[in-house]
Design a binder for this molecule. Structure first.
Ligand code: GNR
Ligand code: NI
Length: 180
């Protein structure tokens, strides 16, 4: 298993439109395990392959309290939407930022599982919100795209500042006495 680096806004690779998964083999199952490991470590309740610079239509979700309800959606398509649910969303690719996004309350989704079997499910609640958020990633869309340009500008500045501070304040490993 491997922990994968998560791309951060405004990285242009987050705008890539992912291609359908066509091969359902052991390598795919290993990638799914890596996505779960990366998501749990973050920690997050969902992760799209796009976020780890893998541009295939695959996402993982676990909205349970005990991290024991793994959900894998491959080549997902929303067949129908019902109701409205606007809740605060966050994103591992936009760290520390939370805002309201309009979503459908319930969706019917057709997808493939890790073996390639086609399934259909009705989902609601947090699972439905998270699924819509992750499916946006596969099309290169981020939750900040639903906000105003002014808010996005503020978010870019805040993330830039956070990154500069991280770079200017080295961690213990990189500030150790040089060996010369
Ligand atoms: O961990 C996450 N939490 C979350 C909360 C509200 C709505 C969506 C999400 S998904 C997010 C992880 C993530 O960035 N997935 O792409
Ligand atoms: Ni996200």
């Amino acid at each position: 298993m491997a922990l994968l680096p998560i791309l951060e806004y405004p990285d242009p690779r987050l705008r890539t439109k992912a291609l359908p998964v066509t091969v359902f083999d052991a390598a795919l199952k290993r990638r799914i395990d890596d996505l779960f490991e990366t998501m749990y470590a973050a920690p997050g309740i969902g992760l799209a392959a796009t976020q780890v610079d893998w541009h295939q239509r695959l996402l993982v979700i676990d909205v349970s309290k005990d991290e024991n309800e793994r959900e894998v959606f491959i080549n997902p398509e929303i067949l129908s939407r019902e109701g409205q649910a606007a809740g605060e969303e966050g994103c591992l690719s936009v760290p520390g930022i939370y805002d309201e996004v309009p979503r459908a309350e319930r969706v019917r989704v057709r997808f493939q599982n890790a073996d390639g079997t086609v399934q259909e499910r009705d989902v609601d609640g947090m699972l439905a919100v998270c699924l819509q958020h992750e499916m946006d990633h596969l099309d290169g869309k981020l939750f900040v795209d639903y906000l105003s340009e002014l808010k996005r500008q503020r978010i870019r500045k805040k993330l830039d500042k956070a990154r500069r501070e991280r770079a200017g304040r080295p961690d213990a490993a990189s500030s150790r006495a040089p060996s010369l």
